[in-house]
Design a protein around this ligand. Sequence first.
Ligand SMILES: [Fe+2]
Length: 521
Amino acid sequence: MPHASPSRRVFLTGTAAAAGASVLLPSTAWATTSTTAPAAPRISDPFTLGVASGDPWPDGVVLWTRLAPEPLALDGRGGMPDRDITVEWQVAADEGFRKIAQSGRSVARPESGHSVHVELSGLRPGTDYFYRFRAEGEISPEGRTRTAPRLGSSPERFAFAFASCQNRPDGHYTAYAHMAREDLDLVAFLGDYIYEGPAQGSLGRGHLPVSEIFSLADYRVRHAQYRSDPDLQAAHAAFPWALVFDDHEVENNWASDISEPDTEPDQDRAVFLERRARAFQVYYEHMPLRREQRPKGPDMRVYRRLRFGDLMDFYMLDTRQYRDDQVPDEQRDDPDRTILGAEQRKWLFRRTAGRTGRWNVLAQQVFFSQRDTVSGPGTNFSDDAWDDYLVERDAVRDHLTEAGTRNPVVITGDVHASYVSDIKADFNDAASRTVGTELVGTSISSGGDGVEQNPGDLVQLAENPHIKYINRRRGYVRNVVTRDAWTATYRTVDFVTRPGAPLVDRATFTIEDGHPGVVSA
Ligand SMILES: [Fe+2]
């Protein structure tokens, strides 16, 4: 069920609501007025960006909000004064906030865009919690979250959705309105949370600022604009998320310290790194990430592992920050080329070779399986995907096989289309062993309404027999994982250029424990 719909705020905010709350919530109510100094004028409705939680561990999650009474103010300050603001938070076992599990205070600082990250510990594993914030006498919408199961436990079932690519001018976030009604343990977001360009589109969802974003203020306004969407807010408030970025959170097709070739000043690598630092700072300010993910200058460690009992291990990967630059196909087999970088690769190899969960999920940005897009003997591969880092892609695949990593499943965003692919021991030999599975999720809105398939898809299916499915509608993938099987349902909407599209289950695939590759359900 959806929690924290924006309308809920109506009866929880404002002076009258605060007074009313003391009647509704006898023992734990936030009835007293704010303890901050009364000299400054009251900030009305600072919670326009909603609330979020993320990166669940067995004993806690990260709670997030950002104070911004005027989220679109072009100076990037969200309508906030240039001073620290005390923010109180509550975590409860019940929706009515009668059984408070934990409460505390945090400080929202102007230099962090008045964002708040509360890294909780000491909660019970595998448990639903409700949370909310209060600042300046105003109470936030409430969110629901769920801690991960105890590490040594054996959960019977884990349900999660994954999504990517939510270009705002291209369409409404109807898919999120549907997602918010699911019962999920987690949402994994695989990149392109914002788009950095000047696009305006024709839906009244044009970008602010109206030009490409470069400054700290620009990135803050853009993130705030995206986060103002009520459907996106509902999905954040309903479940904990685990997020990684791709290119558009910084700049189209960037690689390491290299911007895409264009006429911007960030062709200079030092200038690009400054831009990357600003983009990362603002990304962190808007996401429910742990302290470990807090950027240091232009560096931000987002690769990390999330574990859910002995059932699921998620390896959240970063294929953008450490990669060599994209090259033409003739150079893609250079054995020195990397998309993960040496350190992340070592980390991934070590983690996946040890004691792992039953299902091992490589949650990452770009297409992993081989994908030749021209018919006949000629070939063409994407320069932005693992195909352009051929030797390392094959090394990761072979490592998973040799290490005996149980049930490897790669989940992917980026291409604005749904795909299902078997991962082959040799992608050029259809008769070779299937050693893993890749599930590629479509976009939330990027690309507009979409189609069922385009003519090129028939070529891709013919040229790449390991690819079992292509569809170009918008939506997300819901996954229900048990000890015996993983069931992936591609849930789509037929249009995003108008609101209100119904949800359609376009296709369902099953992966059985111990049998890599998909079976059509
Ligand atoms: Fe995208």
